[in-house]
Design a protein around this ligand. Structure first.
Ligand code: SF4
Length: 373
């Protein structure tokens, strides 16, 4: 992220982590914070899983994780990896053989805890497979499945226990001279998660995968994730994020991006600034914003659009956006381009007109970015 010298209160100083590659996607260092999600189809249903991966990638996912619970899933994984437009992470629990199979199948990363897959020989075999196939590893500590000896030592899942668990897994990889890993310390409780992540961020330079696990449904999970992940990202912690929702993976990707966009850490698509509306509104703000969100989903160019009900806040917000519309009287409003009042437009034609203006602006910005390369 480039630092903003004019508005220093917007600056976020990212923790310095080393960089690893998850397939073609860099994670850590100064790489953009990668957005992840996870499929919820049966992995053995290759067509359905690939469709879900593609939809997530279209929505902006940089990396997608797929569960590999059995041998049939390992076989399917090979086809999924071949068809996927983004790197695939294989989610493995306990079965070291699945880890080896997934690395051989072309997974870009294994989510596996080396301390939970058996004796040293098995661990070494998984690490060898990862190394042979240029596959990274994510250590995924979870408050809900902490090792018995740590629960006995600490009495309950707590930040220190989670950090210790993470460091134990890290040590196993390092003892095997394997450094191509990142780490997460997730909990469903935002306080526990945030404290554990702060602890692990201080204890290692490994890239950090952020997540609030089992966050809940679309609304409650979004809020929980925005508070938990938002706080950590604001502190500069986090190199890749996954928002866990009991919802479609595409929603997870959208929410992940919105969190990063709110903090200026990544930019993608149209950032709509709209007022809540009230009796002063010159047009139906809520319906208009709903319609525009759908109509502008295809725009990937980072840009801003203000949709404001009346002149109380309209001109001020329009000053700071690429395209703006402010409600006025007599069934029409003012269109703003690059912050300046441009022309009037009737309310019944404004949605169509704004879509055209946004598409035009996006094409201009794309051309300018291409010329600057
Ligand atoms: S901008 Fe105007 S319409 Fe929108 S909430 Fe404020 S006063 Fe109401």
């Amino acid at each position: 992220m480039s630092l903003n010298h004019v508005r220093p209160w917007r600056n976020i100083y990212r923790r310095k982590s080393r960089q690893i590659m998850v397939g073609s996607v860099p994670v850590g260092g100064d790489a953009p914070i990668a957005v992840q999600t996870m499929t919820n189809t049966l992995t053995t249903d290759v067509a359905a899983t690939v469709a879900q991966v593609q939809a997530a990638a279209e929505a902006g996912a940089d990396i997608v994780r797929v569960s590999v619970p059995d041998e049939a899933s390992s076989k399917a994984l090979k086809e999924i990896v071949r068809e996927s437009p983004v790197p695939i992470v294989a989610d493995i629990h306990f079965h070291y053989k699945r880890g080896i199979e997934a690395a051989e199948a072309g997974a870009a990363c294994l989510r596996i805890n080396p301390g939970n897959i058996g004796d040293e020989k098995r661990v070494q075999e998984v690490i060898k497979a990862a190394r042979d196939h240029d596959c990274s590893i994510r250590i995924g500590v979870n408050a809900g499945s902490l090792e018995k000896h740590l629960l006995e030592k600490y009495g309950e899942p707590c930040p220190d226990a989670m950090v210790e668990s993470g460091l134990e897994h890290i040590r196993i990889l390092q003892d095997n001279d394997f450094h191509n890993f990142k780490i997460s310390v997730k909990a469903s409780d935002v306080f526990l998660s945030a404290a554990a992540y702060q602890g692990i961020a201080e204890a290692t330079d490994a890239p950090i995968h952020l997540g609030i696990t089992e966050a809940g449904g679309l609304v409650s999970g979004t809020i929980k994730s925005a508070i938990g992940l938002g706080n950590l990202l604001w502190m500069g912690i986090g190199d890749t994020i996954r928002v866990s929702l009991s919802a479609d993976p595409v929603e997870e990707v959208k929410v992940g991006y919105e969190i990063l966009k709110s903090l200026g850490l990544r930019h993608r698509g149209v950032n709509i600034i709209s007022c809540p509306s009230c009796a002063r509104q010159g047009f139906d703000v809520i319906k208009t914003v709903e319609a525009l969100e759908q109509r502008l989903e295809h725009i990937k160019t980072p840009m801003s659009l203000s949709i404001i009900g009346c002149v109380v806040n309209g001109p001020g917000e329009a000053l700071m956006t690429d395209v703006g519309f402010t409600g006025g009287g007599a069934g029409s409003g003012m269109v703003y381009l690059a912050g300046k009042a441009s022309h009037k437009m009737s309310n019944d034609q404004m949605i169509e007109h704004i879509v055209e203006q946004v598409e035009k602006k996006a094409a201009e910005l794309d051309a300018a970015a291409e010329a600057a390369e």
